[in-house]
Design a protein around this ligand. Structure first.
Ligand SMILES: Nc1ncnc2c1ncn2[C@@H]1O[C@H](COP(=O)(O)OP(=O)(O)OP(=O)(O)O)[C@@H](O)[C@H]1O
Ligand SMILES: [Mg+2]
Length: 334
């Protein structure tokens, strides 16, 4: 990975720290009877790396889908740089939000370079006629697109594989290619859905560096990840989703110490958590059963001890007798 693309493609306000880039308010997504996301507010400011964590099925990917126009939220509003986003993925990309997917979505039979070029189409002004006629304008635009795509491949460390079919790349490199393709649309905000899933520790560390480098290019980042070390190393702020609701948001230290977060991850109930009452009942029943079992075993132990004691007394008496019995013998010996 190199960092020679430092500030290309950034918008002026994206580099001013603290300006809200993404503002999601009261986002709710229902699927029939299931509320996957419930009234979630989340802001990402320029220059920030924000983490979104939560147990499996918490609604993280659904929330991303609501941000990127794949789903139209049942309730709520998503603004990007102050503008309400149209619920259409290509319009969201054109507005400046790019993403990668939890389940990698590359064009398997295209080359690495072609995949990145696909990502550039929202930024290419040349229309259908220009493409069909292949005039000088088209050739110029195509050359510029290729140059930028190669630059991005260099940035993620895949330039040497530009002509490989994407399906032949190892898993970790496919994830990097997805990032390069997302960057090709020159976003102001990048959403990463589990960027290190399936990576080895070295690849994960390299991805950490890559995310920092993207932030340094002036692109704000919202990242979903289960790897806590990755999240805590990277993020300025972390929001925790549990059962579709935002449980807490704060800096990594605050979030890591929050007992409700620990409980959500370890599966222990916390006050106010759905199902906590039932869990408490089960726990008290278990404690009761354990106490009963302990009492039983103590009783059994006491009984065994008493038996052992009485057996000992019998033996002592017998041995006393034998001593007495032996005495005459001894006496006889004498
Ligand atoms: N299109 C859909 N139709 C119906 N239910 C859905 C749909 N998409 C997601 N869900 C449900 O919404 C809930 C949240 O799923 P989601 O994939 O957002 O969780 P997640 O936090 O991304 O989990 P993971 O960490 O496993 O990726 C789950 O119960 C899931 O089954
Ligand atoms: Mg998910």
């Amino acid at each position: 990975m190199t960092t020679d693309t430092t500030t290309k493609g950034t918008t002026p306000d994206a580099t001013t720290p603290g300006t809200p880039i993404l503002d999601a308010r009261g986002v709710t997504m229902r699927f029939g009877g299931l509320t996957a996301v419930r009234g979630v507010d989340l802001t990402v400011n320029s220059g920030e790396i924000v983490g979104l964590i939560g147990p499996n099925g918490a609604g993280k990917t659904t929330f991303f889908n609501c941000l990127t126009g794949l789903y139209v939220p049942t309730e709520g509003e998503v603004r990007y740089k102050g503008q309400v986003l149209p619920p259409k993925p290509f319009k969201v990309t054109a507005a400046g939000i790019a993403r990668t997917f939890q389940n990698i979505r590359l064009f398997a039979n295209m080359t690495v370079l072609e995949n990145v070029l696909v990502g550039r189409h929202t930024r290419t002004k040349e229309g259908l006629w220009s493409a069909l006629l292949r005039g000088p304008g088209f050739h110029r635009a195509e050359a510029a697109s290729r140059a930028r795509a190669m630059e991005l491949l260099e940035f993620v460390g895949l330039a040497h594989k530009a002509n490989h079919l994407s399906r032949n790349l190892p898993y970790g490199e496919q994830r990097k290619l997805e990032i390069a393709r997302a960057l090709a649309s020159e976003p102001g905000l990048l959403l990463l859905d589990e960027p290190t899933a399936g990576m080895n520790p070295q690849e994960t560390r390299a991805t950490e560096e890559l995310v920092f480098a993207i932030r340094d290019m002036g692109i704000a980042i919202l990242v979903i990840e289960h790897d806590m070390r990755f999240i805590m190393n990277l993020c300025d702020r972390v929001a925790v989703l549990v059962q579709g609701e935002k449980l807490i948001e704060g800096d990594s230290v605050t979030v890591q110490r929050d007992e409700r977060v620990i409980a959500a991850y370890l599966g222990e109930p916390f006050e106010g958590a759905p199902g906590a009452e039932e869990a408490a009942e089960v726990e008290s029943a278990e404690a009761h059963a354990k106490a009963e079992a302990q009492a039983e075993s103590a009783k059994a132990e006491a009984k065994t001890e008493a038996q052992a004691e009485s057996a000992e007394n019998t033996t002592d008496a017998a041995s006393d007798r034998s001593t007495t019995d032996a005495a005459p013998g001894k006496e006889n010996d004498r």
